[in-house]
Ligand binder design. Structure first.
Ligand code: SF4
Length: 192
């Protein structure tokens, strides 16, 4: 088991090193730092967002701005610390002005995400927002329709959730996100 964790950790480090050098899409030009993702190599729960924001781009770490603080609050509500989960995005470099990533950018970056998922192979993957849900599951339904629903594929439970940034911008979404996370507590804590 320790050996497995060490191998996973090495794979994640290798992916992170590649991401930091990557120039496969136009997002490389404007980035300050690429943001590969971070968390426990043995995490049973993974959170996947849309892309780095301004503070993430500056620090090279995912979810460190206000949305990240909100995500940490949500995690604590179900008894989890961010160090226990793995957090990343569908694109690893900041789209200018925090726009949604373009399809070609998502496609160029996807092998890194696929590699992270394959290395960690978590039990639960929370997809934060529509772009993450579309990219990972190919489901383009409105978040209002699919948030909080569990989709099981190949033994992994995927859960589309509102993005914490959306909940910060639209106050009415915050209680919905909180309710979804709270309802998922048995699933999330049984995997940690
Ligand atoms: S977003 Fe992804 S594919 Fe594009 S430059 Fe960054 S790491 Fe490479």
């Amino acid at each position: 088991m320790i050996e497995d964790a060490a191998i996973t950790s090495q794979i994640l480090d290798d992916i992170a090193a590649e991401v930091r050098m990557c120039t496969l899409c136009p997002l490389a030009k404007a980035r300050t730092k690429a943001v590969p993702g971070e968390g426990a190599a043995g995490a049973r729960i993974m959170f996947i967002g849309e892309g780095p924001g301004e503070q993430e781009d500056r620090q090279g770490r995912p979810f460190v701005g206000p949305a990240g603080q909100f995500l940490e609050q949500l995690l604590r509500r179900v008894g989890l610390e961010r160090e226990e989960v793995f957090i990343t995005n569908i694109v690893k470099c900041r789209p200018p002005g925090n726009r949604e990533p373009m399809p070609d950018e998502v496609a160029a970056c996807k092998p890194y995400l696929d590699g992270q998922i394959a290395a960690i192979w978590p039990s639960v993957i929370c997809l934060l927002g529509k772009p993450a849900t579309m990219t990972v599951l190919g489901i383009g339904e409105p978040m209002g329709k699919i948030h909080g629903q569990i989709v099981e594929r190949d033994g992994v439970k995927y859960v589309p959730l509102y993005h914490p940034a959306a909940a910060l911008h639209q106050a009415s979404l915050a209680p919905v996100l909180l309710a979804d996370i709270t309802r998922l507590k048995p699933l999330l804590t049984s995997q940690s």
